[in-house]
Design a protein around this ligand. Structure first.
Ligand SMILES: [Zn+2]
Length: 61
């Protein structure tokens, strides 16, 4: 089982590279059981979307 520290590291790593299937599965299992990590994941996804919009915006200039 992954602990929260490992899971948050995986969530961040996932932004840069594809995780192995086993890591993705461990991530998903942890997200179901944990209260804190899904909140963190949502924040990362929100940040990612904000970054993408910002990038699109600057590309249009
Ligand atoms: Zn957790």
């Amino acid at each position: 089982m992954r602990n929260c520290k490992e899971v948050t590291a995986l969530v961040i790593a996932r932004e840069d590279r594809d995780l192995p299937v086993i890591e993705r599965a461990a991530l998903r299992v942890h997200m179901v059981m944990c209260k804190a990590c899904p909140t963190f994941e949502r924040q990362v996804l929100t940040m990612r979307n904000a970054m993408r919009q910002w990038r699109n915006y600057t590309d249009d200039e």
